[in-house]
Design a protein around this ligand. Sequence first.
Ligand SMILES: [Zn+2]
Length: 347
Amino acid sequence: MATAQRDYYDLLGVSRSATPDDIKKAFRRLARQFHPDLHAGARKGEMENKFKGLNEAYEVLSDPESRKKYDRYGHQWEQAEAYERAQQQSRGAGVGDAQWPQGGQAGAGADFSDIFESFFGGGRRRGGGPGSEGSGARGEDLITSVRLSLREVISGVTQRIQLTEPVPCRSCQGTGRVSRRPCPECAGAGRTPDTRMIDVKIPAGIQDGKRIRVPGKGAPAPNGGRRGDLFLNVEVAKHPVFAREGADLDATLPVWPWEAALGAEVTAPTLGDPIKVRVPAGSQSGNKLRIKGKGLPADGGTRGDLYFVLQIILPSPLSEDERRQYEEMAKAARPDPRGDLIRKAGQ
Ligand SMILES: [Zn+2]
């Protein structure tokens, strides 16, 4: 897993301003010290690793071009280079305004995310999260989204989230090179995608569009610092029956004309079990029934309400009997229900 990679200058024990000659001398001295052939037993494996790291560091720092890039981009210099090339191609040669986060500075994140997305897909990266000033002290923040159903919003839910992140390639220890050739495992990128699963508890009553921060679950820090944070953008799927208004829920409740006229106890849906609802006598289409506490969880342990908007529907087609009854009602003298409208319209 994401092992921290040591700075090449540290590995060679030289300063960043070391001359090529200093670097060469330091390499030779350390190479003699760590050469695997000079060690046996338990120390041998450790020395092999150190020797390998030393070679890597020397390979990069002894070449003026790659040293310059390493100075600018750190261990991701080869990806940065590939990225710059791609940017230049897409914008016309020579423009070269590509950005790469240098030590996690704020503002450079947008382009960084592009390249990681195009390489690895999945969870998006965000540069310069809170507290990411300073030279690469902590890892990148990751952003991904989760989609919940309204039912899951009621109880809250633990979501298993799969994150794909680049980790140093195992074959080449993140150098991108094996025996001075591009590493076949990672095609020279030095990193391979790694998948990990984490469980995130999403509190009940979460709003659509809300962002949840999971501290320390972002990308690993390049130099062994603390991980970035993970941000989850919460999407709540539209429900076929209930519309959400904060913690309240709205639904349309169809009723027969006689239920509205005479009053009735009807069965109505909730996000849980259906409930009995009293439709008052004389209800009109569009009237709202409020069912207290049957909405979504709200702040302070309370719950929103559920509103039913009554919609009076007619039986269709009418049975013979129903037709006769409507004809009977039609004979009854009632004032014109449009009279008021017509009067007002003329004013
Ligand atoms: Zn590799």
